[in-house]
Design a protein around this ligand. Structure first.
Ligand SMILES: [Zn+2]
Length: 372
């Protein structure tokens, strides 16, 4: 299988993030993608290819141009405003209660994008869990090109291809970044496929978290079915979306399928949800499925509560390929760094119908740093 990878992600060199107001070591770090790249290389059955430049039009096909402009200048503006921080995080978010009692027209007129970098980050951001650094915009643009090049490979005839996207994307909505995500790689890919083929497209989101951004972007769309298996938002980020009764509106009524699962979910219950998700995809026409692939469902993941094991990823990949549709597989989350490469390798070998034989740990030193 072809693996699309860009070293531009290394510029998004996060070391800290904010959790409930306090700086903590970052979870979404460059080492994640490097671990996967090294392990797939060790496998010997995957070919690494660079992305090609696709420009900004596919991004603004699903995102507000204002979000693109903000992300492009956010870091330089932070510095120009004399704000010395290791990363940009918002100061104030426009909580809906701030505008309570005002008419929609009044809110539209008053809730303008401010000038202060901390205010602008609040205007465009969902949360404080998406640290923005000097290289974030270039990395996020490259992740989109990785996703779109993966689409090109599949539309060009490959049965499946894997885009090693970093930063991830599924929490980014049309006018909002957040949750480690800046541009919604999977949504941009789905939109590009719809445009190129005129077919319906399905997104299967198997990240631990609900992909609120993907759901929102296609909420009223009848041509993109979004199916997500994730932790119950009562207990996990993004808290305010992801429930089973969110099914879409208008042309999108019935096209949004959320399958929330409780903390502690193990292999058997998860596989049952995978079968339900695949049935929901098989029920609609289309020849391509976009996979939002996360490994924060793994038992040792530091921010997830599920209990999946590496061998079950091989089985999920196998069952997904058995749909008989072409697969655009895009990396989302997964934060237990030592297992990431092996979990990705298991999933992708499952898709290819190759058996899974675990490899010993290799390629990384005891400190966890990238070898070389
Ligand atoms: Zn996640």
């Amino acid at each position: 299988m072809q693996v699309v990878y860009s070293p531009a992600h290394l510029g998004h060199d996060t070391t800290l993030e904010t959790f409930m107001g306090m700086p903590v070591p970052a979870n979404e770090v460059a080492e994640r993608a490097e671990r996967i790249r090294v392990r797939l290389d060790e496998d010997g059955g995957f070919g690494l290819v660079p992305p090609t430049e696709h420009g900004e039009a596919p991004i603004t096909a699903v995102h507000d141009p204002g979000l693109v402009r903000f992300l492009e200048v956010a870091w330089s503006e932070l510095r120009a405003q004399g704000i010395v921080r290791p990363f940009l995080s918002a100061d104030t978010y426009p909580n809906r209660a701030m505008f309570e009692g005002m008419s929609e027209a009044a809110v539209a007129a008053m809730a303008r994008e401010p000038v202060h970098a901390g205010g602008r980050a609040g205007f465009w951001g969902l949360d404080s869990a998406a640290p923005l650094v000097a290289g974030t915009f270039v990395a996020a643009r490259a992740a989109v090109d990785v996703a779109l090049t993966t689409v090109d490979l599949v539309l060009g005839g490959e049965a499946a291809a894997y885009g090693l996207c970093r930063p991830p994307g599924h929490h980014a909505a049309r006018s909002m970044y957040g949750g480690y995500c800046f541009f919604n790689n999977a949504a941009i890919a789905a939109e590009a496929i719809v445009t190129a083929t005129g077919e319906r497209v399905a997104i299967l989101d198997v990240d631990y978290h609900h992909g609120n951004g993907s759901q929102g972007i296609f909420w009223r769309r009848g041509d993109v079915r979004y199916v997500s298996i994730h932790a119950d938002p009562d207990t996990d980020y993004p808290y305010f979306l992801g429930r089973a009764d969110e099914t879409g509106e208008g042309d999108g009524a019935g096209e949004n399928v959320n399958l929330p699962l409780p903390p502690g979910t193990g292999n058997a219950a998860y596989l049952a949800a995978v079968d339900r998700a695949l049935e929901a995809i098989a029920a609609v026409p289309g020849s391509v499925v976009v996979i939002s692939l996360g490994f924060d469902t793994y038992g040792l993941d530091p921010i997830g509560s599920f209990a999946l094991t590496t061998d079950v990823y091989h089985e999920i990949g196998r069952r997904t390929a058995a749909l008989g549709r072409r697969l655009v597989i895009l990396q989302e989350g997964g934060y237990h760094r030592p297992s990431l490469g092996e979990n990705a390798r298991a999933w992708l070998r499952g898709v290819e119908g190759r058996p899974f034989d675990p490899l010993p740990p290799a390629g990384f030193g005891p400190s966890g740093a990238v070898a070389g």
